[in-house]
Design a protein around this ligand. Structure first.
Ligand code: HEM
Length: 483
């Protein structure tokens, strides 16, 4: 009997369900294991196994998260998914894998909810995410510059210092999101010890464990380490909301505060959302609000290092005397650089969180059964040669245009046409785009004014093997600017 069961499980992993469409290719199930076995990253994996079938058919069957799914890259098909919300309904981890540690962490939130519940969440947090105080972002960018500066103590100012970027950028992004959106300060840039930060680092290791991400089904088993994971996640959620409560609710001026978190608390006080919904959304604002900018900033610093003699130089000259946020958003070189970075390395690569509510037609002739998980592959869409030409893989910020009017027009056009999907699109487009880009401009400008940097010799030029996309364990060599 157990042998029959094992045989059945293997069959379910190796072959897509019988009712999946036959007229799109099947990506071999084993490719998700390759980055852990071979030294290849997710962009190399894409070029080796995904590009050809996806550029030809625009969609493919892929095994991920204990199940077979369909991923889509072609703009016209993607547009259909983004538009037809009722058929391709959002169905996040809370529905897909409700028993998993990751679902216990983020719960039912604005990103994964569907229908009326999503509308309610969106109506609550939109204002705070669109209108925010930029001063903490300026302050934190300066603090980041000071931390880099500390590495020069006892050194000849002309010397170079090697800095590991990932942790540093994460601290910056945590302080930004907590101060701008959640109404308290994580204070990882200013304090030696930050228990909430340590706790977050600890649970991230449990949540993003590659084995359990690939096979969340094993979270059903009473594995002691996973049981601890659930407990740690619950404790972190409680502590996080406690910080928000302490700073906002106990603030005698609470009613005048305009943070997205204040609006969530007001909705909770009016019984519009439950305590769990309040917690789920505070957690997701923290998660999306620090991880995605962290990835984008890391990739931006990497590309500026790689194009040290060209783009780093000319953008530094452009930002040298500009510190006003609006003026930064009007600089052609800085902004075309950012759009090209978002195109080449979308921080969120593959997202599979929609489930068909009925049997339906995808594109002209792909019949998808009800209950199928459908997702998108941003790297594929953003590198598709039929949208971006033969040089789609090249770093060419100039492709966006020379003057800011043309650059912004091309960016908007590419997003509307679903040729670039790094921020999703349509009604479910990212609500933090403005905040994320503001953080990028302010921070990059500050660091460019103070430092020059190159890739550290010996750092292996690789991206993350799976999941969020960014350079892996990036190391940079900094020198104080001579200008
Ligand atoms: C800067 C880099 C960022 C990137 C590349 C990015 C990307 C994305 C993507 C791809 C989605 C759609 C996810 C899906 O399909 O399920 C999304 C949604 C969302 N993002 Fe971002 N994001 C970024 C920054 C932020 C920031 C700073 C926040 C602030 C909290 C944020 C808040 C949100 C929210 C609330 C949604 C859900 C929108 C909805 O469904 O109504 N994002 N983002």
């Amino acid at each position: 009997m157990p042998l029959v069961l094992v045989g059945y499980i293997i069959y379910r992993i190796v072959f897509p369900p019988w009712n999946f469409p036959k007229n799109i290719p099947t990506i071999p199930f084993y490719i998700i294991f390759l980055p852990s076995i071979l030294n290849i990253d997710q962009t190399e994996l894409y070029h080796l196994y995904l590009r050809e079938p996806l550029e030809k058919h625009g969609a493919a069957k892929i095994f991920f998260g204990s199940r077979w799914n369909i991923i889509v890259t072609k703009p016209n098909i993607l547009a259909q998914i983004f538009k037809d919300e009722d058929v391709f309904a959002k169905s996040g981890n809370q529905k897909k894998i409700p028993h998993s540690v990751i679902a216990a962490y983020t719960g039912d939130n604005i990103i994964s909810a569907h229908g009326q519940v999503w509308k309610l969440y969106r109506s609550i947090v939109t204002n705070g995410l669109q209108h925010f105080d930029e001063s903490p972002i300026f302050k934190n960018a300066a603090l980041l510059g000071n931390i880099i500066n500390k590495n020069f103590e006892d050194k000849d100012p002309k010397e170079e210092v090697t800095i590991s970027i990932t942790g540093l950028v994460q601290r910056l992004c945590l302080d930004n999101i907590s101060q701008v959106v959640l109404g308290f300060n994580f204070a990882t840039l200013t304090s030696e010890k930050c228990p909430l930060h340590d706790h977050l680092m600890h649970i991230k290791k449990q949540i993003f464990h590659p084995f359990f991400l690939t096979f969340p089904i094993f979270d059903h088993l009473p594995i002691p380490a996973r049981k601890r994971g659930f407990k740690d996640v619950e404790q972190f959620r409680k502590q996080l909301v406690q910080h928000v409560d302490d700073q906002l609710v106990k603030n005698y001026k609470f009613e005048q505060t305009t943070f997205a978190a204040s609006d969530l608390i007001r909705a909770y006080n009016k019984d519009e959302i439950s305590r769990k919904q309040l917690t789920d959304n505070i957690v997701i604002l923290l998660v999306a609000g620090h991880e995605n900018p962290q990835l984008l900033l890391t990739t931006s610093l990497y590309l500026l290092a790689k194009y040290f003699q060209t783009w780093q130089k000319i953008i530094r000259e452009e930002v040298m005397n500009v510190s006003d946020s609006k003026k930064l958003s009007e600089l052609p070189l800085l902004n075309s650089f950012l759009y090209e970075t978002l195109r080449l390395y979308p921080p969120l690569n593959t997202i599979i969180n929609r489930c068909t509510t009925k049997t339906c037609l995808l594109g002209a002739d792909i019949v998808i059964p009800k209950g199928t998980y459908v997702g998108y592959n941003n790297f594929g869409t953003n590198h598709d040669r039929s949208s971006w030409g033969a040089n789609a893989d090249n770093f060419q910020p100039k492709r966006w245009g020379d003057d800011i009017g043309t650059i912004v027009k091309n960016w908007k056009h590419a997003k509307n046409a679903c040729k670039i999907s790094s921020f999703h699109g349509g009604r479910r487009a990212c609500l933090g785009q403005k905040l994320g880009l503001t953080e990028m401009r302010i921070t990059i400008a500050e660091i460019l004014r103070r430092y020059e940097w190159t890739l550290t010799p010996g750092w292996e030029e690789k991206m993350t093997p799976a999941g969020p996309l960014a350079p892996l364990d990036l190391k940079l060599n900094f020198r104080k600017t001579s200008i």
